[in-house]
Ligand binder design. Structure first.
Ligand SMILES: Cc1ncc(COP(=O)(O)O)c(C=O)c1O
Length: 455
């Protein structure tokens, strides 16, 4: 397997695009230029095929270039494009679907990215509570804007401190965000007590997927619901990853905790750019899309008909075919297979997942908080994935990144992935992974990966 064409294109890319990529974590090594993507397989510029578990950080839930979705989008293209006044029937129908499925949704607004959705949710929370502060959790990612772009994959020395993802963030904004430990209600109670009547919102990924798969302990989400209700705080579920992927009604449907506001994106439109913010009528009608509203909401490309049709078609496939049953079964098969392999080889590892998501941390469990994950053997984690690439399996080679199964993955692909993983890990148990890794032709994994983590 060679990467010559990708390498040449990388040089061309870096001549005109800073670093050659258009979002920070796409710069994983080795650099890939993908030319074809169909079903569960992507093909790079050198003609190498990979079974893809990255799924573009999560949106690809049915499979790449899913025919019935693309067909419906092509049909729309024959008739209408972006109009910029009133609404299209497509977005009305999509809004109806979201309100039908998502328990917290009485009203919904569409935008283009998860970051826009969380930005808007926080602005609304501040407007209705007339408070300033926000609570987020270590390990959760909610987008690139200053209020939330902090404390995701933080190094050990930054735990318990402010860890912004970017220079240039406004300290006034950063200082209004309090970072608590996921699964610690005590931490949240302390933060709320320290800032009486000044917490506008608590935002949480109901499963912390930006660090793989950190599951909420029993009572954690329920406890947050109770605290927010008692304190008049707006409770926001960021379901940009979990929405539609885990259930048509999102994780809130499964855990039976209903937040005040919900952000959605990624899997909703199977890879077309679309996100949403939904919630109770009372809250959502504060937006100035409504004649009585005073919270600004706008966007030239909002509710673009192509993306809305992609979402409608994706949701309809989920409604009529057994998408969740299939993806959940295959991911379970993968998790059980991985457990068997690491146990048989005596490699310290913890296999975790939910629904169609799976990840193997190379460390002993249990994993309750992000702090526990600092023990993950990064070099093994990343080098295994680079070795998998060499054999036609794509799992993003960056620390703590999760894998996804789509509707088009097959049992045969899962079995093949397990077989190849087992063969690589068998070698690891005989010799150090760094050595193994150079033998298969990639540069050694960096000792420390960037802690800027999105996706
Ligand atoms: C949970 C969550 N919220 C929000 C975002 C931001 O979404 P976007 O990248 O579409 O702006 C992401 C992106 O990965 C995410 O994982």
């Amino acid at each position: 397997m060679t990467f010559e064409n990708s390498a040449k294109l990388f040089e061309q890319a870096t001549a005109v695009i800073p670093g050659g990529v258009n979002t920070s974590l796409r710069g994983a090594q080795p650099f890939l230029v993908v030319k074809e993507a169909h079903g569960a397989v992507i093909t790079d510029a050198d003609g190498n095929d990979y079974i893809d578990y990255h799924a573009a950080f999560g949106p690809i839930v049915l499979g790449h270039n899913f025919e019935s979705v693309n067909r419906r989008v092509r049909e729309v293209m024959e008739h209408v494009d972006l109009i910029g006044v009133g609404a299209t029937e497509i977005e009305i129908e999509l809004a109806r679907k979201v309100c039908e499925h998502v328990p917290s949704a009485e009203r919904v607004l569409f935008c283009n990215s998860g970051s826009e959705a969380t930005y808007t949710a926080i602005r609304l929370a501040r407007a209705v509570t007339r408070r300033h502060k926000l609570i987020k959790f270590q390990g959760c990612y909610h987008g690139w804007h200053d209020a939330v772009a902090m404390n995701v994959i933080s190094p050990a020395d930054k735990l318990g401190k402010m860890d912004p993802l970017s220079e240039g963030s406004l300290s006034e904004t950063l200082n209004h965000t309090l970072v608590c430990e996921f699964n610690s209600l005590g931490d949240v109670e302390r933060a709320v007590k320290a800032h009486p009547n000044d917490i506008a919102a608590i935002i949480v990924e109901p499963i912390a997927h930006n660090i793989g798969c950190l599951l909420p302990e029993k009572g954690f989400l329920e406890g947050l619901r109770e605290i927010t209700r008692r304190q008049g705080i707006v409770f926001i579920f960021d379901e940009v990853i979990t929405g539609f992927r885990h259930d048509l009604g999102g994780y809130q449907k499964l855990c039976a905790v209903t937040p005040d506001l919900t952000t959605l994106g990624k899997a909703m439109a199977n890879g077309y750019p679309l996100a949403a913010l939904c919630g109770s009528r009372e809250l959502m009608e504060h937006f100035n899309t409504h004649p009585n509203g005073n919270v600004f909401f706008a966007g030239t490309f909002n509710a673009h008909p192509f993306s809305c049709m992609a979402a409608l078609a994706t949701i309809e496939v989920m409604e009529k075919d057994r998408v969740h049953e299939h993806t959940f079964r295959l991911a379970k098969k993968m998790r059980e297979g991985m457990e068997r392999i690491v146990n048989a080889l005596g490699i310290p590892a913890t296999v975790v997942g939910f629904g169609s998501v799976f990840i193997t941390y190379f460390m002993e469990g249990p994993i309750r908080t992000y702090r526990d994950m600092l023990k993950n053997d990064q070099a093994l984690f990343i080098n295994l994935r680079r070795s998998l690439m060499e054999q036609g399996i794509f799992q993003l080679p960056l620390n703590l990144k999760r894998n996804h199964v789509s509707f088009t993955h097959t049992d045969v692909q899962i079995e093949k992935t397990l077989e190849i993983t087992e063969a690589i890990l068998k070698d690891v148990s005989r010799k150090p992974i760094r050595k193994l890794y150079r033998e298969v032709g990639f540069p050694a994994a960096p000792a420390v990966t960037a802690h800027l983590s999105t996706g």
